[in-house]
Design a protein around this ligand. Structure first.
Ligand code: M6R
Length: 630
């Protein structure tokens, strides 16, 4: 969480920092601030709330400073007030620092610094950093000869070596106006290379308007940016050889392109995302040969496989539940799905020949990374059948996850800006279809014709999403009108569509702030049915297949308690029209593929209710797109 950005070059830094922060606002939006160096002084401006508050404070400034750092905050330590906003400074106001992450030992450091006479003005963990740098700067200055050009760098390096935790940091100092230092330790940070200008940022959208040449720092690395170039070192001070690479992202990919919100644009991008996954993961009939699936995963990952365990959070966890259904039902592999935040402190006992999959769209979720790291560690040195086998499913192969695991399925959804995950969920499902079918083919758990039928069915999905998107949008807009003031919602599903009920409830909660619960339809009668009355609408996902009739009866039970029933169901199928008060049509497809269609009205319903309530759909309160803290 939190976004940081830095610039050094020849242009006016303020505008570059503000527009960079705009692209990082999805990471947090409790407060924002920038610090620049001009006329040997640090000019620091901060504002509580969203970036536009900061913008309006700076609007009339003519500060031409060509160096600066910026921050958009998701509060961890200290309330979202201006005095806790970054950048933070030392007492002499010569050093400014922005941080994304958590300094775990900040209390000890703060006490130690207080004893040395430092005074603090915020409740944040970050504030210890400029004070610590100031302390080391004093020592370095006293020791160094007049020609030394690494005084600031050495002071920062020594300070960083005192910090424990996961963080990315950018530092400037008014006494060294031609230097910006960027540090990465388990929180993402990328360096950008322009013509005589250099950038650092938590994520590439912040700099893509200026350059596509980037260098992602690795954990334990720090970069010294000057107008002459960039040098990368490890925390011990040894220079590292690094290679710049070119991004395939383009600036228009991070624009709304005529849609009112990023979330709506991303919902509409889903047919294209499914097509991209189909092209990448599956062979066309002509060149099929023996294999219909192109995942390119080594046999060593699959050999003698007895069990799969999946760790994930939030929407990725819901995708993993659908993955479990597919892996168990089609490939016959027992599969456990764990919340990463639980698994890391209470892992299941070790099982042999186990594949561990981490699912995370951002590739930066702290709990998921820690769960995978823990699994790697506890299997180290064990006999071969207990050794770790790791696979990542992510939309950001260049992320921390990408560095951590040896094999990745890239979900190819393109960058997702809306905090509520939509197209990346659909892409994760596509990854699970491909993985399951790959395993089913290798283990011969499905006849080749059934396998080919499923792939043919998948190929039809983009058109089916396209043909219902607009109808569903209108219908859900209409429903949003009726439900904008509703206080509680229940979502029901069974079998492969139970996780879609969970996802529908999560989408509604996170962007409309309406209480919602997703439940397995058959479990309602064991307690939650007591919640139902005319004020509690029920959305039931009823798609033809082996639990269709069951869901319909469970829905009838809700109707008998006066709930208004909304069916996500094929319109002309069975008794749906008699049961539901409202219907959101989805095309009838093989039940196994139905989540790819049923999730779309869930997203649209949540979107339209939140938009109708006048809420900030793309940046809902208290949330951030990538959750890089525990
Ligand atoms: O980047 P990840 O997939 O690891 O993120 C996991 C969750 O934080 C994320 O899915 C969250 O629940 C979304 N806001 C859901 O829309």
């Amino acid at each position: 969480m939190c976004g940081i950005v830095g610039y050094i070059g020849t242009q006016r830094a303020t505008e570059i920092l503000l527009s960079g922060l705009e692209k990082l606002e999805y990471r947090g939006y409790d407060s924002a601030g920038i610090a620049t160096i001009w006329e040997e002084q640090i000019n620091c401006v901060r504002a509580k709330g969203k970036l536009h508050n900061l913008r309006s404070k700076i609007e009339h400034s003519e500060n031409p400073a060509p160096i600066g750092i910026g921050h958009t905050r998701w509060a961890t330590h200290g309330k979202p007030e201006e005095h806790n906003a970054h950048p933070h400074m030392d007492m002499a106001r010569r050093i400014a620092v922005v941080q994304n992450g958590i300094v775990e030992n900040y209390r000890e450091l703060r006490e130690q610094l207080k004893a040395q006479g430092h005074e603090f003005v915020s409740e944040t963990d970050t504030e210890v950093i400029p004070h610590l740098i100031a302390q080391f700067l004093k020592e370095e200055t006293a020791l160094a000869d007049d020609n030394s050009d690494v005084i600031l760098f050495e002071a920062v390096r020594k300070a960083v070596n005192q910090l424990q935790g996961a963080f990315a940091i950018a530092v400037i100092c008014a006494d060294y106006p031609d230097e910006l230092i960027a540090i990465r330790q388990q929180a993402p940070l990328v360096i950008g290379f322009g013509q005589g200008e250099f950038f650092c940022a938590s994520d590439t959208p912040a700099i893509i308007a200026h350059t596509r040449a980037v260098l992602p720092l690795e954990n334990g690395e720090m970069a010294r940016l000057t107008p002459l170039g960039v040098e990368v070192y490890n925390f011990a001070g040894t220079r590292q050889r690094k290679h710049v690479r070119m991004l395939s992202l383009s600036p228009t990919m991070v624009e709304k392109q005529g849609f009112k919100h990023f979330m709506l644009k991303e919902i509409y991008e889903q047919p294209g995302v499914v097509r991209a996954c189909l092209d990448a993961y599956f062979s066309s009939a002509d060149d099929a040969g023996d294999s219909l699936i192109n995942l390119d995963l080594p046999e060593s990952l699959y050999a003698d496989l007895e069990q799969i365990q999946i760790v994930a959070c939030g929407t990725s966890w819901h995708a993993a539940l659908i993955g479990k259904y597919l892996l168990e039902q089609l490939a016959g592999i027992p599969t456990q799905v764990q919340y990463a935040s639980e698994f890391r402190y209470a892992p299941a006992p070790l099982t042999p020949n186990t594949l561990t999959i981490g699912v995370t769209q951002s590739g930066e979720t702290a709990d998921t990374l820690a769960a995978l790291g823990m699994e790697k560690e506890r299997r180290q040195g064990l006999e071969s059948k207990y050794q770790v086998r790791l696979l990542g499913i992510t939309n950001r192969p260049e992320s921390s996850l990408g560095h951590m695991v040896p094999h990745i399925i890239n979900t190819l959804a393109g960058i997702e800006i809306g905090v509520a995950a939509t197209k990346t969920f659909t892409a994760q499902l596509m990854a699970f279809y491909a993985l399951t079918l790959d395993l089913a083919q290798r283990r011969q758990t499905l006849p080749q014709e059934k396998l080919a039928d499923i792939i043919t069915g998948l190929r039809g999905i983009p058109k089916e999403i396209e043909s219902t998107l607009e109808t569903q949008e209108k219908l859900t807009e209409h429903l949003a009108h009726d439900f904008a003031e509703t206080q509680d919602f229940i979502f029901l599903g069974r079998g492969i569509n139970f996780p879609i009920a969970l996802e529908g409830a999560l989408k509604l909660k996170e962007i409309s702030y309406i209480h919602a619960e997703g439940y397995p339809a058959g479990e309602m009668k064991h307690g939650p049915i007591a919640l139902l009355d005319a004020k509690v609408p029920v959305v039931a996902i009823a798609t033809p297949g082996n639990v269709y009739e069951k869901v319909i009866s469970n829905a009838q039970e809700a109707k008998a308690r006066d709930s208004r029933l909304i069916g996500v169901t094929p319109v002309n199928h069975g008794e749906a029209a008699d049961v539901f008060n409202d219907m959101i049509p989805v095309t009838e497809v093989d039940e196994l593929l139905s989540p790819l269609l049923t999730v779309v009205p869930m997203q649209l319903l949540a979107y339209n209710i939140a938009a109708r309530r006048g809420l900030d759909v793309d940046q809902p309160r208290n949330l951030a797109k990538s959750v890089t803290v525990e």
